[in-house]
Design a protein around this ligand. Structure first.
Ligand code: MF3
Ligand code: CO
Ligand code: CO
Length: 266
């Protein structure tokens, strides 16, 4: 096992500057890929385009070779919860897909994902995606010095379950910075005033996965792809955030304003 700090690192102004740069490339990559997500493209082609985007921006794909992960990004379609491996799968009208990118920029990691609509998607799929984005933003909205990770998880869980969705338990957010995954673990469920107390200078992701059916995940034989056990639709959004003196900063906001699908420039 790699050594991990027991306590989250409290980062200073230079680290914030570095994460703003990494977060901007991360968000720009998702902005860039948006127009390519349409019926007929393969997930492998999305991966290739993102790989080229990394190269063009002097970034390295964090996932590539991470514990043997074979590709540059994750592409999770329909009932895939997360960690879908890009390949020959062809996107079809009505699919929903999460694209998760984690570039390393000057040694710092950005990590963000969004849902995309492939052509015309069902009302129930749209509603799930909207709710997942709103759940993430409600979780992030709790972030400030003195609040707890339980507050974050509770905000996500209570909103999601109030709409009848389930929250995936088997995967969570994570501390991030000069490594992709570190303390703290960020659960997307919890109780108010419980868990780690937040301090300015902490960096972590908030990346809830919501299912239409039950929360249970199954890992496919490839060792990575996590799908819903009941084959129900799953959605996820992810931002990399910091705790600031007054609340939070989101490092991975879309410069193009692509917050919720369908993405349309102003
Ligand atoms: N971006 C993923 C996350 O949000 C991790 C990708 S690394 C992989 O944590 F190896 F799982 F692809
Ligand atoms: Co992440
Ligand atoms: Co990610």
């Amino acid at each position: 096992m790699l050594k991990q700090p027991q306590q989250p690192i409290i980062h200073g102004p230079q680290a914030f500057e570095a994460m703003r740069r990494a977060g901007r490339i991360t968000a720009e990559m998702l902005d860039y890929i948006t127009e390519h997500v349409k019926p007929g493209i393969t997930t492998g082609e999305i991966d290739r385009l993102c790989f080229e985007f990394h190269k063009k921006h002097n970034a390295t794909p964090g996932p590539l070779g991470f514990h043997g992960y074979p590709k540059s990004v994750c592409t999770s379609v329909n009932d895939v919860i997360c960690h879908g491996i890009p390949g020959k799968r062809v996107l079809r009208d009505g699919d929903i897909i999460n694209i998760d990118v984690t570039p390393i920029v000057d040694g710092w990691f950005g990590d963000s994902s969004r849902m995309f609509f492939v052509g015309n998607v069902s009302d129930k799929a749209r509603k799930l995606c909207n709710a997942t984005h709103e759940a993430m933003m409600r979780g992030i909205g709790q972030v400030r010095p003195g609040a707890t990770l339980g507050d974050v998880g509770f905000a996500i869980q209570s909103y999601a379950e109030g709409l009848g969705y389930s929250v995936v338990r088997d995967f969570g957010g994570h501390g991030i910075g000069r490594v992709m995954h570190t303390v703290p673990q960020v659960l997307h469920y919890g109780a108010p005033n419980r868990g780690l107390r937040l301090e300015a200078g902490m960096f972590f992701t908030v990346e809830p996965m919501l299912n239409i059916g039950g929360p249970e995940a199954v890992i496919l034989d490839d060792g990575w792809t996590a799908v819903t056990r009941d084959k129900s639709l799953s959605a996820q959004f992810e931002h990399t955030v910091a705790v600031t003196e007054t609340g939070y900063e989101i490092f991975t906001l879309s410069p193009k304003g692509y917050h919720l699908p369908p993405y349309k420039s102003a």
